[in-house]
Design a protein around this ligand. Structure first.
Ligand code: P1T
Length: 502
């Protein structure tokens, strides 16, 4: 993997490259295929949120979520695809497209592959939503998921797995959005042109989330040429190094929930010299802002849209009445229907307060250890067969998989084991590694969770794992299922009078 410098002296000369003749024609009556409908997204003036936030300037949302595949990444996927076809690198019916992605570039490529007849393999981290995976599968793509925690330069990362596969699979082509000039070029030629056209070449600020940084670098290059006064603001989540690569500590690379933005390396398609200001964002305020964009402005966008909008609300404080700021909303609500759109998902991560429920006697009661069903633990080196035998013997819901420090690495469930054995070429003689469930819900007893909180999590998960922190290590105490909670409620409550027990 080529690691870019993120600095303009080595950057592509976008101005001198071959440009797509971009027709800003909104009146076309029919299209020869859906790929022709990429781009030309609307720019919508926001009516409520900027006012509520006390801003004087006008804020416009570039609705990239209205692209056919549901994101801004359709633009670059199609541009990389077209260029490769033109050069004979991609041959329909023969070439196999392989791409590492946080999902949206994958959807864009799978869309083009479906229309043009290619096999397409998409490699994406476990963190990315099942909604993206289901969309990809519906488009006929094959999916490989990689551990979220794997650093980009490690062999297990999506980038490195895709790179390895592209060497192993005959006729494989890796278009490589991190290094491919067509990524910023697509935005230089189309996204930026559209913004400038809509704003009559007069815009004071653009606010853009940073992932590969193709969007921000491509848009910034064109806008700086045509409207040099425009301030370009990059939005980067805490946990990523894109905003402050000079000051990287290992602890700065952390997991965050917002998908598509932030990295632990500098992609070659990033040009930091055209970005005037960076704003760091966190999950909670970003995702709350996405929900406001949906609820108050009717813009059915995704999580990074909220991050960009939150960043815009900070950066645009410096703008005066009459000045204009454009915020890019990169993807669509569809990708997150079971994630931040769900109240329970937000509450489980403390991004949203629990609903108040004073009428139910147990709702505000603190979780006590007697409700928790203890669970056995197992080492990740054990075989699947041994884990299954242990679960059968104990009748437990799950096993806690512990690492060397005895902290919980994940859980092992029969249901997940069945799914993995049915769908992978795996056997019960293997070690647990590939069978560890890392996306599971937990509460920490030290945080004094209520039964209401547990109940809300049980709305979206068959079990809740209860942990306790000892010497900075999270240790499993056990699990709670609906059955356990119901047993407690029926044996402790006065159910003849409904919910009256104090
Ligand atoms: O890659 P970039 O042009 O910087 O766009 C960032 C971005 C923002 N928001 C969402 C929802 C995204 O999916 C992305 C980037 N996505 C990828 C890199 C990808 O592979 O889908």
């Amino acid at each position: 993997m080529e690691n870019g410098t993120g600095n303009s002296t080595n950057y592509f000369n976008l101005k001198e490259l071959n440009h797509a003749t971009h027709a800003l024609d909104r009146n076309q009556k029919t299209y020869s295929n859906v790929l022709q409908c990429i781009g030309n997204t609307p720019l919508v003036k926001l009516s409520k949120i900027p006012k509520e936030e006390g801003l004087e300037c006008d804020i416009y949302a570039k609705c990239e979520f209205l692209n056919p595949g549901g994101s801004v990444k359709d633009r670059i996927a199609y541009r990389m695809f077209l260029e490769a076809e033109k050069k004979g690198i991609l041959v329909p019916g023969k070439s196999v497209i392989i791409e590492p992605t946080s999902g949206n570039t994958g959807i864009g490529l799978a869309l083009a592959a479906a229309v043009r007849g290619y096999r397409c393999i998409i490699v994406l981290p476990e963190k990315m939503s099942d909604e993206k995976v289901n969309t990809l599968k519906a488009l006929g793509a094959e999916i490989i998921r990689t551990p979220t925690e794997a650093p980009t330069m490690s062999p297990e990362s999506n980038v490195m797995v895709a790179k390895r596969l592209s060497k192993e699979i005959p006729n494989a082509v890796l278009l490589d959005q991190y290094n491919n000039v067509c990524n910023p070029l697509a935005h230089y030629d189309t996204t930026a042109e559209e913004i400038l056209w809509s704003m009559d070449d007069d815009v004071d600020m653009v606010v853009i989330g940073a992932g590969t940084c193709g969007t921000i670098s491509g848009v910034a290059h064109k806008i700086k040429e045509r409207c040099p006064k425009c301030v370009v603001v990059g939005v980067d989540p805490y946990g990523s190094i894109l905003a402050q690569p000079e000051e990287i500590n290992e602890s700065d690379v952390q997991m965050y929930e917002v998908e598509g933005v932030g990295y632990d390396f500098l992609p070659k398609v990033l040009d930091r010299s055209v970005i005037d200001k960076w704003i760091k964002t966190e999950d909670s305020t970003s995702l709350q802002m996405s929900r406001r964009l949906i609820k108050e402005e009717g813009l059915l966008c995704g999580g990074s849209s909220g991050a960009a909008m939150w960043g815009a609300m900070q950066a645009a404080k410096s703008l005066k009445a009459g000045q204009r700021c454009v915020v890019i909303l990169p993807d669509n609500i569809r990708n997150y229907m079971t994630k931040f759109i769900s109240d329970q998902w937000m509450e489980a991560r403390h991004f949203k307060p629990l609903p108040v429920n004073d009428k139910i006697w147990w709702w505000n009661k603190q979780l006590s250890e007697d409700i928790i069903k203890p669970c056995s633990s197992i080492s990740p080196d054990c075989t699947v067969a041994k884990a299954l035998a242990l679960l059968h013997k104990t009748g437990d819901t799950l096993l806690a998989v512990l690492n060397d420090q005895k902290s919980i690495k994940g859980v092992f469930t029969t249901d997940n084991a069945r799914q993995r054995l049915a769908n992978l070429s795996a056997s019960t003689g293997e070690s647990l590694d590939k069978f560890i469930v890392k996306k599971y819900y937990k509460v920490n007893i030290d945080n004094k969770p209520t039964l209401g909180e547990v109940s809300r999590i049980l709305d979206i998960s068959p079990y809740v794992v209860v942990v306790k922190t000892e010497e900075y290590i999270e240790k499993p105490l056990g699990t709670i299922t609906s059955e356990d909670l119901m047993h407690y409620i029926t044996t402790n409550g006065n159910h003849m009078n409904g919910n009256c027990k104090a």
